[in-house]
Ligand binder design. Structure first.
Ligand code: ADP
Ligand code: MG
Length: 696
């Protein structure tokens, strides 16, 4: 069986060396196994078609039968397009191609009866279908059929979807093609899985929709199950290796702070997370925990309490923030919280003066400093501690993996690490990608927060938006206006920002109004000066780029205006919005866009208007962008899934994870005969992907 699956693809009936070469190059199909895992991307039901006249009531894709009567080419350069007139008995529509015109033109036969499939769009009161799939009609073909994606080169070697279907059929007809179950038999019943052999045949040669569903579920489950097994095994191996300090007690610092200093109760979610952290710190392994929680949910406070536990156990703690402004804010708020207590807090950033640094280094080494707060500057090798026990990393998406690893090396045994992020990662992704990191979630905001009202406005409404700003400022509130400046070098963006600043200064003139500006090209001390003027209420309006995205805390600011909102991603919009709604006042977020916006932008904007829930937003973000983009390219190699889809198969991920945990709890070393299949598959997976343990 094993040998059968690794047979090179050229030995399959109907393939041969030439086609094999192209299958390898174009689709990465080297072996029989690869072809088995080249699943159809959709199915057609040949028994069902639509008529052109019925398109009006149709939502989604249409399958039509008819003829192309005419082909027209128009435009040049980027606006070049190919239009084909397509007719059936009930009407005529346009098929449109913006790309690949010459190839399409060659492959179209005028007046031949064909079948097309695509998503009709209404444009200027006429239906058209952009980039439809075209297939010939063979009257003998009925019922349900797989559709495989192909390429121009494969097409030219008769490996279009039909051709691929044919070779898959040949493979499944081979005598040796029996696909044994790798999962224990009891799983079949528990998770309602069809046998593996049935699933593989069912996904490639189905007779009905139900058969496809059952087959796909089984294969997705299996794929995700092995992914989870792999992650859990790697986590176990990592745990066995990584010794950690044992913090046995919660002592006077923690207790004093909790009972005498803290002016409010912790939320239920904060208490739960704190328990999870205390448990970690007591296991003998080093903590590696991701703390997710929306902006303002009280993560920093949890971090502070965790650091106090470290101090109670005679260790030092460090908190690293991604920007200087944030580091300073943390330093100020934590110093204020701890002012009545005997805890020494220090700040270290890129702008700390050399002679101050010398003193600081010494105080770190002799243990005088309990908590060090700072930026990347903390990573430098010259920064050494007497006994570092807890590391907090704020807004983890801004730090790379390698940078985090440098903090582990600041003690003989790695300190406990808590990574905080306000950019929620959808649960399915968190379960998969942070499989070797423990995840805590604060899913509750402190009481008394007023939800932020979000509105979408276009250029035509600008005067009204200015009027609204004036009203809010008259009430004593402050306003942020944020411009996109994604790459700080983009001159055009910069000009927009400066133009915006000038327009604002004209509309909101001195002496009644004072306007601050902060952007990435300013010197740190100038930025800080402007930030402070705004924070102290000396200026009412802050014109800024996304430098203010993370963490900045000005509770009196109650209006956030985001210019060119179409240029921001969802998570960034959500982060920016989180700058308001921090005080007792009702807050507003206004998203300004141009008049014409794309479907994706509409979806982003409407999501923002609808909800304040970061997790809901992250789910939409995942659907819009796909997991690769969300996680960054570094981790996208893990997304090499053949059939499951992390954006859509959340429930299957959860089931597979439960199943994997169950197997490992009952049979940690996979010795039982029923788990032999799992064991052998896993062994080969772990061998072929040695770097997995290094993620996150
Ligand atoms: P985050 O780091 O998650 O954005 P912070 O820890 O900065 O949130 O908390 C935001 C604000 O809420 C701070 O002013 C903090 O003092 C306050 N806060 C935190 N926890 C609570 C709580 N349980 N009850 C009331 N206020 C809280
Ligand atoms: Mg924070």
């Amino acid at each position: 069986m094993n040998n059968f699956l690794i047979t090179p693809i050229e030995y399959l009936k109907g393939v041969g060396p030439q086609r094999a070469e192209v299958l390898k190059k174009e689709l990465g199909i080297y072996t029989f196994q690869d072809l088995i895992e080249y699943y159809p991307f959709r199915y057609v039901d040949r028994s069902e078609h639509h008529k052109i006249r019925d398109l009006v009531g149709l939502d989604g894709f249409a399958q039509l039968r008819g003829r192309i009567t005419q082909i027209l080419e128009s435009g040049t350069g980027r606006s070049k397009r190919l239009t084909a007139k397509f007719e059936d008995e009930t009407g005529m529509i346009d098929l449109v191609w913006f790309k690949g015109a010459s190839w399409i033109k060659k492959s179209i036969e005028i007046n031949k009866k064909i079948q097309i499939y695509g998503k009709p769009k209404l444009y200027a009161n006429k239906w058209n279908i952009p980039h439809p799939e075209i297939s010939s009609i063979n009257e003998k073909e009925v019922g349900f059929q797989p559709v495989y994606s192909s390429t121009e080169r494969l097409n030219s070697m008769n490996l279009n979807t039909k051709g691929i279907e044919k070779i898959v059929r040949n493979l499944l007809k081979e005598n040796a093609a029996k696909f044994d179950d790798l999962l224990p038999e009891r799983f079949r019943e528990k998770y309602r899985l069809v046998p593996r052999d049935t699933a593989i045949r069912g996904v490639h040669l189905p007779k009905s929709e139900q058969q496809v569903q059952a087959a796909r579920f089984r294969l997705k489950f299996e794929e995700l199950f092995f992914l989870q097994m792999e992650l859990l095994m790697r986590k176990k191996i990592a745990m066995q290796k990584s010794k950690g300090f044992v913090f046995e007690k919660v002592g006077s610092h923690f207790n004093t702070f909790y009972s005498d200093v803290l002016p409010f109760d912790l939320t239920g979610a904060q208490k739960r997370v704190l328990k999870e952290i205390r448990r970690d710190m007591n296991t003998g392994h080093h903590m590696n925990r991701l703390l997710q929680g929306d902006v303002g949910s009280g993560k920093t406070l949890v971090a502070l309490l965790s650091m106090l536990i470290g101090i109670d156990n005679k260790f030092q703690a460090a908190l690293m923030a991604p920007t200087e402004i944030l580091a300073i804010q943390h330093f100020e708020s934590i110093s204020e919280f701890l002012q009545s207590m005997d805890v020494k807090v220090a700040l270290l950033t890129g702008s700390t003066k050399k002679k101050d640094r010398v003193v600081l280094h010494e105080q770190l080494l002799n243990g005088e400093i309990d908590i060090l707060i700072g930026t990347h500057a903390l990573l430098e090798d010259t920064v050494q501690f007497k006994n570092l026990g807890v590391v907090i990393i704020d807004e983890q998406h801004r730090f790379g993996v390698a940078q985090r690893a440098r903090m582990w090396k600041k003690n003989t045994i790695p300190p406990h690490v808590l990574i905080m992020t306000a950019t929620p990662i959808p649960r399915t992704l968190a379960m998969t990608f942070y499989g070797d990191l423990d995840v805590s979630v604060i899913d509750e905001l402190p009481p008394g927060r007023k939800p932020i009202t979000t509105m979408h406005k276009r250029e035509a409404n600008r005067l009204r938006v200015f009027g609204f700003m004036k009203e809010e400022i008259a009430k004593g509130r402050q306003v942020y206006i944020v411009y996109p400046l994604i790459h700080e070098s983009e001159t055009l963006d910069f000009n927009n920002l400066m133009d915006g600043y000038e327009a604002i200064s004209r509309t909101f003139p001195l002496p009644d109004y004072h306007v601050s500006i902060v952007h990435g090209k300013m010197k740190p001390e100038d930025k800080e000066f402007e930030m402070n003027r705004f924070a102290n209420g000396e200026t009412q309006i802050m014109v800024a780029t996304t430098v203010i995205e993370v963490g900045v805390n000005v509770p009196n600011a109650s209006v956030m205006i985001i210019e060119s909102a179409e240029r921001f991603g969802l998570s960034q919009l959500h982060q920016l919005r989180g700058r308001v709604g921090r005080g007792a006042e009702k807050s507003y977020c206004i998203l300004m866009t141009g008049d014409k916006i794309s479907e994706d932008t509409k979806k982003r904007i409407s999501t923002m208007v609808r909800t304040n829930d970061g997790f809901e937003i992250s789910e939409v973000d995942l659907q819009l962008r796909g997991p690769g983009d969300l996680l960054g390219t570094q981790q996208s190699g893990l997304l090499d899934l053949k059939i499951a889809n992390l954006s859509r198969d959340g429930q299957v991920v959860a089931l597979a994870r439960d199943a994997a945990k169950e197997v490992l709890t009952e049979d940690p070393t996979l010795e039982r005969p029923e788990n032999a299949g799992i064991r052998s598959k896993l062994t080969s997976m772990l061998r072929s992907r040695p770097n997995w343990g290094k993620i996150a």
